[in-house]
Design a protein around this ligand. Sequence first.
Ligand SMILES: C[S@@+](CC[C@H](N)C(=O)[O-])C[C@H]1O[C@@H](n2cnc3c(N)ncnc32)[C@H](O)[C@@H]1O
Length: 368
Amino acid sequence: MAKPKLVSLSKIYPPKTLLERIRPPFAVIMGSPSDVVNLLHSSPHKEAVCYQMDLFQAERLQQMLQDANIPAQVRVEADLWDLGPNFASAVYLPARSGERELKTDILEQGFHILNASGQFLVWSAQPNDSLFPEAMKKIYKKVHIHQEQGTTFLWSQKMEDRPRRRHEVTFQCKINQGESFRFLSRPGTFSYGQFDAGSRALCEVMSLRPGQNVVDLGCGCGTNGIYASKITGPEGKITFVDSNLRALDLTKLNAEANGLTNFETIATSSVSGPDLIPQSFDIALANPPYFANHSIALLFIQRSFELLKRSGSFFMVTKQPNEMVELMTQVGYVVEGAETRGYTVLMHRGPAARDDMGATTEPDEEDQ
Ligand SMILES: C[S@@+](CC[C@H](N)C(=O)[O-])C[C@H]1O[C@@H](n2cnc3c(N)ncnc32)[C@H](O)[C@@H]1O
C-alpha cells in the first residue's frame, strides 16, 4: 500500500480544538523552527517555553521567533524533564519521520513537566497516527483523538503521579580485535542502541599515536574519541564537540565509564569556542550527518582545517566520497581514501600518519 503523503505542520492552521486547550504556562516541545513559529503565530498565548535538544535547531528557532516578534523563550536541555513540573499544558510537535524511541521517550519525560492537572497535547503530521494513541493511554490512562486536515491531534490529562522512567540502551563492541567497549545510548542521539558501521570503519582506518591531541567533531555518544583515547593514552587529550546536549551528556558518562581522564566536552553548533584553538590539534575525526545539503560536513571540513596543526591529520567517513573529496580539496586538504565496510574513509595525513600507515592509495603524481 502506498504511504500517505504527509503534510507539513508549518503550512496549515493548527486545529481549533488544539488552540482552545492551550493554557499558560505552556511549553512547546521539539518541532522544526517553522512548525513552532506557525503554532505560536495562531496560539492565543504566545509566551511559551520552547524545548529543543540541539543547539543548531534552537538557534534557528530563536532567530525565527525574534523575526516574527513572538515573545517565547527557547530552552536547550539534554532532558525534557529538566524543565520541571511547571506547565499547565505542553504541545509536542513530533518530527514527521522521527525515531519511534524518541517519541516514546518525549512522552515519558513530558509527563514530568506538567503541573498537577496539566494536559499533554500532541499534534502529529501522520493521518491516523498509530503510535501515540496506545503510548499515551499507557502513561495517562485516557487519550482523546481528533483528525483534521490529514493530521492527528491527541490530548491527555495528568491524573496521578508516576515514577520517572528513562529510555536507554547499552551496547558493546570490539574494534580491531582489541579490548571491548561499552557505550550508553539514549533516543535522539547517534547512534541509538548500536555501534554505527561508519563509525567502525573510521575507527579501523584512523591512525594515532600516544600523546596526541584529538578533536572528535560531531561526537554523538563518544565512540570514536573514546576508542582514540586508548591509543593516545593518558598523555593525550580528547576534545568532544557536538550540538546535541543529550549526546554530550552521554559522551561524558561514556568517557568516564571507559576510564578517560584527560577529556573535555564542548557544546557548539558552529565548532567554535574559546577552547577550540586554531592549529592546536594533531588529529580531527568526523562522521558527519549528510543532510542539509552537506552543510554540516562542510562545516566540519572547514573547521578541522583551521583547528589542525600544519602536521595534523583529518579522518572523515562517508558514503559520498566524490562530493566530499571536492569539498576537502577546496579547503586545502590533500585527500586519500580507504574503502571498507561499504564506506570510504577520506583522510589528509600529516607526516606521522604517513609514516605509521605507509601508502594507502596509489600515490598521485606529486608524490612520485
Ligand atoms: C552521524 S552522527 C555521528 C556520531 C558519532 N561521531 C559516530 O560516529 O557514531 C553526527 C553527529 O554530528 C552532530 N552534529 C550535527 N550538526 C552539528 C553541528 N552543527 N555542530 C556540531 N555537531 C553537530 C550530531 O548531533 C551527531 O551527534
